[in-house]
Design a protein around this ligand. Structure first.
Ligand SMILES: [Zn+2]
Length: 66
C-alpha cells in the first residue's frame, strides 16, 4: 500500500509541500499567524493551520522561513 497522499487538484504525490505564512482572521480582525501548506506542483492549498511556532503576544521570530 502506498502511503503517500495525492494532491486533490493535480493528482501528483505530495512529497513536498510549500509552506506559506498567512494570517488568520475572524471577521475583519486579524487574530493570529497561520501556515498554509500548498502543493509545489499546482499551488493548490492542501491545508491551513495555526502556526505552532507563533505564540500570542510574542514578537519573537524564530526566523529561517523564506
Ligand atoms: Zn497539486
Amino acid at each position: 500500500m502506498a502511503n503517500q497522499g495525492e494532491c486533490p487538484k493535480c493528482g501528483k504525490r505530495v512529497l513536498h509541500v510549500r509552506i506559506e505564512n498567512v494570517i488568520g482572521t475572524i471577521g475583519d480582525e486579524s487574530s493570529g499567524r497561520c501556515i498554509a501548506y500548498s502543493c509545489i506542483h499546482c499551488n493548490a492549498v492542501l491545508g491551513v493551520q495555526i502556526d505552532p511556532r507563533a505564540k500570542p503576544r510574542s514578537r519573537r521570530k524564530p526566523g529561517a522561513t523564506s
